[in-house]
Design a protein around this ligand. Structure first.
Ligand SMILES: Nc1ncnc2c1ncn2[C@@H]1O[C@H](COP(=O)(O)OP(=O)(O)OP(=O)(O)O)[C@@H](O)[C@H]1O
Ligand SMILES: Cc1ncc(COP(=O)(O)O)c(N)n1
Length: 260
């Protein structure tokens, strides 16, 4: 069984963050482990508080895992602040982590800033360069590049600029853009396009977390990046199509749609 690690924030309502990542790892038949960077008090309507975890215990969590267990892939989500980013980057370099998927989480669907503004520079200059694949949504790609994104051409331009920061692949996700949720993968030479039909639902809490975790799973299973994204895109599209209402706000996708 492949062993996956998520380094991310906890979402108390279970739809995004660490909880979404571990559900994705389990649903896709892999063993999931977690390093928690921050605890959020969150539900389907909003984020009501965040407590960042101290760097020392973040490092110890990573050390405890890598000194004992072979990790096949690492997914990184909410990282909150620059000291946390530096701790993670130094530790992953030290332990020679492979198949690193960086989801550059900045703002929750409910509008809460999960990345402090002082951390943008570290995210861009330190975290993104160590990624095998980085998966910004439209807003994140705009913040990272300074390019305003209105269409697929702009997504391509942004993908090229982000590639210049050092990751091996860039996936710009179009979930927030037009009618068709098209995602664009760039490897420095060519673009691949991943299309799906838009599912009309408000219940999309955790879509980005789930997609990046699923990419990690398929990389851990030995698929090429192109194929891993294709399979992860199929998974998120099905999980969104079976998403369900929970609470009074934005409900979660169904990670276990093919199980029950
Ligand atoms: N309504 C939808 N129907 C089908 N696919 C969708 C829909 N919304 C998003 N997607 C797809 O879900 C994946 C996640 O994309 P999205 O742009 O929502 O990421 P995100 O904004 O980072 O997510 P999150 O807000 O959870 O962090 C992408 O593959 C995107 O194309
Ligand atoms: C801990 C944590 N990590 C990531 C997200 C982003 O997910 P979404 O954009 O669906 O709110 C979140 N809300 N909470």
């Amino acid at each position: 069984m492949e062993k996956l690690l998520t380094i991310a924030g906890s979402d108390s309502s279970g739809g995004a963050g660490i909880q979404a990542d571990l559900k994705t790892f389990s649903a896709l038949g892999t063993y999931g482990m977690s390093v928690i960077t921050a605890i959020t008090a969150q539900n389907t309507q909003g984020v009501f508080g965040v407590q960042d975890v101290e760097e020392e215990i973040i490092y110890k969590q990573i050390e405890a895992i890598f000194t004992d267990i072979d990790v096949d892939a690492v997914k990184i989500g909410m990282v909150s602040k620059s000291n946390t980013i530096e701790t993670i980057v130094n530790a992953l370099k030290k332990f020679k982590a492979k198949n690193i998927v960086v989801d550059p989480v900045m703002v929750s669907k409910s509008g809460y800033h999960l990345l402090k503004s002082e951390a943008k520079k570290s995210l861009i200059e330190k975290l993104i360069p160590i990624a095998k694949i980085v998966t910004p949504n439209i807003f994140e790609a705009e913040v990272i590049t300074g390019i305003e994104i209105k269409d697929i051409k702009d997504m391509e331009k942004a993908a090229k600029k982000i590639y210049g920061l050092g990751p091996q692949y860039v996936l710009v996700k179009g979930g927030h853009l037009s009618h068709e949720p098209i995602d664009i993968l760039y490897n420095g030479e060519k673009f691949n396009y991943y299309r799906a039909v838009r599912i009309e639902t408000k219940n999309t809490h955790g879509t980005g977390c789930t997609l990046s975790s699923a990419i990690g799973v398929y990389l851990a299973k030995g698929f090429s990046v192109d194929k891993a994204v294709e399979k992860a895109k199929d998974y998120i599209t099905s999980a969104i199509s079976k998403s369900f209402p929970l609470g009074k706000g934005v409900g979660p996708v169904h990670h276990f749609y093919s199980w029950w």
